[in-house]
Design a protein around this ligand. Structure first.
Ligand code: SF4
Length: 221
């Protein structure tokens, strides 16, 4: 049977980051084991209709001691197949965004608003995100990052409880209601792949974020 590494390598994706991230999870301190407990609970979950169509739960991956947590919208086809968030082209672009911030996947924890793939890659519904919110909130509390980055309008609107457009959400610092952690919104990498002309704006957003991090001594790596 093929491993997730085999699938990733067949897609010409460097798996070194994933191997390192898994090692970090396996050797993390006992105080962070709650993340494994949350994942075990989610792996059996059938709280919403997405349970009936998933191949794998895509719980999240990365450093459980991370100071930076990244939250996207929902797993896609490749992620569902492998059980890891942000693989494929959008994942590669996310790696480039992180690299331009001076960090790698080893430095961050990445997850989505819902842990199961919506059929045909449709947007997750409000109800599905609400059903899954307890897992996400527990992840945020367990990791306790100094900064959260939300990828795209769907994640931003649901988590921040707004209906604002991306142009209103960019280059602002919000507060995550439950934890009071500073929260910034980026374009979703999949959107940037469809709209490459927006990449210049992405660079402006990265500069804004790095300035905020420096000014507030947030130390993301
Ligand atoms: S999306 Fe979340 S709430 Fe819905 S079945 Fe998957 S883990 Fe459960």
């Amino acid at each position: 049977m093929k491993s997730r590494f085999d699938y990733l390598e067949e897609m010409s994706i460097d798996t070194e980051w994933l191997r390192r991230a898994q090692k970090v999870v396996q050797t993390s301190s006992p105080g962070k084991n709650t993340l494994s407990n949350i994942q075990n609970e989610a792996s059996e979950c059938n709280k919403c209709i997405l349970a009936s169509t998933r191949d794998n739960i895509v719980f999240g991956s990365g450093n459980p001691n991370s100071k930076l947590m990244i939250i996207g919208e929902a797993p896609g086809k490749d992620e569902d197949l492998i059980g890891e968030p942000f693989v494929g082209r959008a994942g590669k672009l996310l790696d480039e965004i992180l690299f331009s911030m001076g960090i790698t996947r080893d430095n961050v924890y990445i997850t989505n608003t819902v842990k199961c793939r919506p059929p045909e890659n449709r947007n997750p519904s409000h109800e599905e995100i609400e059903s899954c919110s307890d897992y996400l909130n527990q992840q945020i509390k367990s990791i306790n990052p100094t900064v959260i980055i939300l990828l795209g309008k769907i994640a931003a609107n649901r988590i921040l409880g707004t209906e604002e457009t991306m142009s209103d959400l960019r280059q602002k610092v919000f507060t995550h209601k439950l934890t009071k952690i500073p929260t910034i919104v980026f374009y979703h990498p999949a959107y940037l792949l469809r709209s490459p002309s927006q990449k210049k704006n992405m660079w402006d957003d990265i500069k804004f974020t790095l300035e905020f991090i420096k000014k507030n001594d947030c130390k993301i790596n």
